[in-house]
Design a protein around this ligand. Structure first.
Ligand code: ATP
Ligand code: MG
Length: 412
């Protein structure tokens, strides 16, 4: 019989991988708390409308990456491809609209049907934050500062860069969309098939196309900056000023638009030089129309999401668990006593590993392999005297300790 393999683009997180993923999540949660965010968990599946209405029909995610299926009752269900839409849905359906400003953190798996490669999976993990109810650049700056601190404290390989842009408010974007479409019509024959389909409904997306032909056309395109109205310009100035005040370096990237319909004003992305082409590690922006597009009251918002899988690939060091104590019995009688001792130590909150069989040499080898801090050795002589031998594996020193003093000793 053919062996059953995991689905393409999904992976088993074996213990070491799992530790890395959880470490990144834990760091993100710690930073989120530092900035006054609280954790929320929304379902991994949502009605399809949650994403269609918020991300937009022409976004890559909705048009080609959604895990969409009908359940047995005939409802159209999507495995969430991102976190913001679900949080926005919860904000409305849980009646949180009076609790502004609201600062929420989430983590968990996301699902997108895309071509798997290193750092790109069909089930992957994100951490993210949403700040709802604040329409000032200060909020955007605070979120970017938080992202920078998060990535900075993780101790990652390579260098991280912050790319920043504004896509203006709806009025500015409408003005620009017309200008851009007009220009692109004149160079239509040079555009890729993907871009031709975007030309009518979402020409801004053509700006960050990876296609070489598109890039040449885009190089001569009118700039979005020139279409910004006063309000949009002032907002962007505010964000830049705030970042400068905090000493956060950034690069204004006029071609950064990000793929989702819900963004307005600020968009940003942190990239790395350590991962080849999967270089985006965190992205976000402002979304003042998302909540109202989903049927809620008009509520400004800004947020970001970060790819935990990519960050875990970039960690300089693999995080370790607390080093356990290895209990090593010698002989049948001691074996029985070791079960009791192990139980006592664990009850006292001390992590213990016990080899289930084997001679002293084999068990000491295992203690070394799992990185135990010491071996508690128990033979018939020790049993009779009510003592144990403790061998500290780091230094190789050994001492004799009374059973009654063991827990105190191991706690220090
Ligand atoms: P990319 O340009 O790499 O496709 P994206 O713009 O689609 O990224 P976002 O939707 O902004 O990504 O999601 C935020 C972060 O989630 C990304 O910066 C990335 O680190 C991570 N991410 C997105 N898609 C995947 C995936 N398929 N596998 C692993 N991580 C991903
Ligand atoms: Mg993508």
């Amino acid at each position: 019989m053919a062996q059953i393999q995991p689905l393409r683009g999904t992976r088993d997180l074996l213990p070491e991988e799992c530790r890395k993923i959880r470490h990144v999540e834990a760091r993100a949660l710690a930073i989120a708390k530092l900035y006054g965010f609280e954790e929320i968990e929304t379902p991994m599946m949502e009605p399809v409308a949650v994403f269609k209405r918020s991300l937009g029909d022409t976004s890559d995610i909705v048009s080609k990456q959604m895990y969409l299926f009908k359940d047995l009752g005939g409802d159209e269900i999507v495995l969430r491809p991102e976190g913001t839409a679900g949080v926005a849905r919860a904000f409305i359906s849980e009646g949180l609209t009076q609790n502004l400003p609201l600062k929420l953190f989430y983590r968990g798996p996301m699902f997108r049907y895309e071509r798997p490669q290193k750092g790109r999976y069909r089930q992957f993990y994100q951490v993210g934050v949403e700040l709802l109810g604040v329409d000032k650049p200060q909020a955007d700056v605070e979120l970017i500062a938080m992202a920078q601190q998060f990535l900075g404290e993780l101790k990652l390989q390579g260098d991280i860069r912050l790319h920043l842009n504004t896509i203006g408010d709806a009025e500015s974007r409408a003005t620009y969309r017309d200008r851009l479409r007009h220009y692109l019509e004149t160079r239509k024959s040079e555009l890729s098939q993907d871009s031709l389909t975007r030309l009518e409904r979402n020409p801004l997306r053509i700006l960050d196309s990876k296609d070489e032909g598109d890039k040449r056309v885009v190089a001569d395109a009118p700039s979005l900056a020139e279409s910004l109205n006063d309000l949009s310009r002032a907002f962007f100035d505010g964000v830049q000023e705030g970042l400068s005040t905090l000493g956060i370096p950034y690069f204004v990237d006029p071609l950064l638009v990000r793929g989702l319909d819900y963004y307005c004003h600020t968009v940003f992305e942190f990239t790395t030089n350590a991962l080849g082409s999967q270089n985006a590690v965190l992205g976000g922006g402002r979304y003042d129309n998302l909540i109202s597009d989903l049927g809620g009251p008009k509520t400004p918002g800004v947020g970001w999401a970060s790819g935990v899988d990519r960050l875990s690939l970039m960690l300089q060091e693999t995080p370790k668990d607390v080093a356990p104590v290895a209990v090593v019995p010698l002989g049948d009688e001691a074996e029985k006593e070791a079960v009791k001792l192990t139980h006592e130590l664990r009850a006292a909150g001390i992590a213990v590993d016990v080899g289930y069989s084997g001679n002293m040499g084999k068990r000491m080898k295992r203690a070394d392999k799992i990185g135990a801090r010491c071996a508690v050795i128990l033979g018939s002589e020790e049993l009779a005297k009510g003592i144990v031998q403790v061998k500290w594996l780091g230094t190789g020193t050994q001492e004799q300790i009374n059973r009654s003093e063991l827990i105190g000793k191991l706690r220090t």
